[in-house]
Ligand binder design. Structure first.
Ligand SMILES: [Zn+2]
Length: 351
């Protein structure tokens, strides 16, 4: 393999915590970013520029104009084409740093596919998993996955002007030691109801990237939770060094209730006037032939295509758009009722 020119990382290698040796470790390492929205864009941009040699970017959704206020990897053309976020990120990151191999996964992480997507693959096992998700369901799934496979989990959340981050790993506590269960639906403010101040996301995403870099170079990482309020300019640190729950169902009893639980069914995407529809159990990654699906739709409606998806706007369904990905999953826009979305899926994609 040809030697990478390290001079472009000079501002980073001069840092005592990184050095030339740390830079070599970064180039040889693999980080997985789950969710490429507000936080995921910031993390992916910074880890790519830092020279983390392999990046897995997993996201289930499409770029839309309302994302551009805060999702820094995307531009107007991505939103106009409504590209899958992971696909748009792959293109952008490739322009930033050719030392980095990026793997885009246009998928929804769920119990039945999580281990196959992240741990059973030629791309190699991730050494750190970063949380760019927007829902607790996926976070508890990630926590199970990270505890089971002993991979550090860099958790974060952002709502309104406030955000928090923590690093959960085998030496300390896990997400369930601290939060126990996902909050009941509707009990917490969400990005849809409370908005997001982009600087709050940028700050906490940057802190996640910093923790990942520290983990990957083998530096000391504190067991704490940091909360910020970007509007008030406040930062608070909570010590987690004694937060390990000796009865934690996940890290103490090693019961992985979220990883071993059922897959969620068709679900409305928060605030999107869109529904995500899963394929049946036979739908596995790489199964769907997008080319032939596009061909079969030629007389059905207006068809468009990208490397990772095919889309139809059926003539008979005014205002409805069906975007289908290789794993058979679809995002149906212009629909809020999951059963109507399932019917549309059955009609245009198949049962
Ligand atoms: Zn625990």
């Amino acid at each position: 393999m040809e030697q990478t020119d390290l001079s472009k990382y000079a501002r980073q290698t001069v840092l005592p915590g990184i050095g030339i040796e740390g830079q070599r470790r970064l180039l040889a390492s693999h980080a997985a970013i789950i969710g490429c929205g507000t936080l995921g864009c910031v993390i992916a941009d910074q880890l790519c520029r830092a020279g983390v040699g392999r990046l897995t970017i997993l996201d289930r959704d499409l770029v839309e104009p309302g994302n551009l206020q805060r999702q820094v990897l995307f531009d107007r053309a991505d939103a106009e084409a409504r590209l899958p976020k992971a696909e748009a990120a792959l293109e952008r990151l490739g322009e930033i740093n050719s030392d980095v191999r990026v793997r885009a996964l246009v998928a929804d992480l769920r119990p039945s596919n999580a281990e196959a997507l992240l741990f059973d693959d030629k791309f190699g096992r991730p050494e750190v998993i970063l949380d760019g998700t927007d829902n607790f369901e996926t976070r508890f799934l990630l926590n199970d996955l990270c505890v089971k496979h002993a991979v550090p989990y860099v958790y974060a959340g952002v709502v309104g002007t406030r955000a928090m981050r923590a690093v959960f790993r085998a030496q300390g506590c896990c997400l369930r030691c601290v939060f126990d269960r996902p909050p009941a639906p509707g009990s917490q403010p969400t990005c849809e109801t409370a908005g997001v101040l982009a600087p709050a996301a940028a700050m906490i995403g940057a802190m996640q990237a910093a923790e990942a870099i520290k983990l990957l170079v083998g530096a000391e990482v504190a067991m704490d939770l940091v909360e910020i309020d970007a509007w008030g300019g406040l930062l608070r640190r909570v010590d987690l060094s004694r937060s390990r729950d000796p009865d934690c169902p996940c890290c103490a009893q090693r019961r992985f209730e979220f990883l071993e639980g059922p897959d969620p069914e068709a679900a409305a995407l928060c605030g999107r006037n869109a529904v995500q529809v899963m394929p049946g159990p036979q739908g596995t990654p790489g199964r769907l032939d997008l080319e032939s699906l596009a061909g079969s739709w030629r007389t059905v409606g207006t068809v468009s295509r990208s490397a990772f998806m095919v889309r139809v706007e059926p003539y008979e369904q005014a205002g409805v758009t069906v975007s289908v990905f290789r794993d058979g999953r679809a995002v149906i826009e212009g629909v809020e009722d999951p059963s109507r979305a399932r019917a549309i899926y059955a009609r245009y994609v198949g049962a």
